[in-house]
Design a binder for this molecule. Structure first.
Ligand code: SF4
Length: 299
């Protein structure tokens, strides 16, 4: 596997976004171009004339990553060149500021892979809340905890009936790489949301990103699943079902929560999980979740 992320980049020590970007780049073909709006990924890629990757990078405005990717993909097709176009964006540029361009591109089924590295806030500008920030999480703009829910971005993209939408985690590398490969084998707009613990924003240690990522998945707060054509749901890793409090207590952004608030989050996690299982079983039958566990083992 070719490593296309070079050492010496500007991410924080222990950054899960850097690791997730590294894995995604490993899954790409040699002829790929990257489109990057403002985000921790833009910082990671480096300012001109420096670059942290061996692939070409087009840095865009916040609003325009999906529009730029659509234009690039069409231009390469017109030239008869087989080039894979991949957006690497943060949650601010995806859930909030870039959503209009992304929705338009998805509606037109433009031919690119869009990967959102979701660290659940505007982390490279100092941890302001985004619509990816979960309820209760403290950020610099929600010092008493966010009072609204996290936006369901995969459901929004799936509702466009794009060929492929999925969640992933850098703590489950094989699952992430399998999804990159699956997406690259399809045409049209394909979307991955990779949840990435952030050292300063989540209030975790430099050595804790993968452990916290696993707690998120195993508590079912961050379920790993994929959706084909907006209808065929599959859970790709069966979580252990540990208490969500184990995940929350590992992060200082949740340190202010009361026991009742943790219980409310647990209830919401269970409601969302049951809803996801129901969607899977509707298409694949009652054994779908167990079969998924056998197909894609955790890393
Ligand atoms: S702020 Fe968070 S996501 Fe951004 S580079 Fe640092 S650890 Fe990574």
């Amino acid at each position: 596997m070719i490593d296309r992320l070079l050492p010496g980049h500007a991410s924080c020590p222990g950054c899960a976004v850097a690791l997730a970007v590294r894995y995604v780049l490993q899954g790409l073909p040699d002829r790929a171009v990257l489109v990057v709006p403002p985000s921790c990924i833009a910082v990671l890629m480096g300012p001109l004339p420096l670059s942290s990757t061996t692939l070409p990078v087009l840095q865009t405005a916040f609003e325009t990553a999906a529009a730029a990717a659509a234009g690039l993909a069409r231009a390469y097709r017109a030239l008869g060149e087989d080039v894979t176009v991949v957006c690497l964006a943060g949650d601010g540029g995806t859930y909030d500021i870039g959503l209009q361009a992304l929705s338009g591109a998805a509606e037109r089924d433009e031919d690119f892979l869009y990967v959102c590295f979701d660290n659940e806030a505007y982390q490279n500008t100092g941890n302001q809340k985004s619509s990816a920030t979960p309820w209760g999480a403290r950020t610099t703009s929600t010092p008493r905890g966010k009072t609204t829910r996290k936006k369901e971005i995969v459901e929004i993209l799936a509702a466009h009936r794009i060929p492929y939408a999925a969640t992933a985690s850098p703590a489950y590398r094989d699952d992430l790489l399998a999804k990159v490969r699956r997406a690259l084998g399809l045409h049209g707009t394909r979307f991955l949301n990779v949840t990435c613990p952030c050292v300063p924003g989540w209030g975790i240690g430099e050595d804790a990103s993968l452990r916290v990522g696993r707690l998120g998945v195993e508590s079912r707060a961050v379920p790993l699943y994929e959706v084909e054509d907006g209808t065929r749901y599959r859970i790709t890793h069966r979580p252990a079902g540990i208490p969500v409090g184990d995940y929350l207590r590992a992060q200082s952004r949740y340190a202010h929560l009361t026991a009742d608030q943790v219980a409310a989050i647990q209830a919401e996690v269970e409601r969302r999980w049951e809803d996801l299982v129901e969607r899977c079983e509707r298409v694949n039958g009652p054994a779908a979740v167990d079969r998924a566990e056998a197909r894609v083992p955790a890393s």
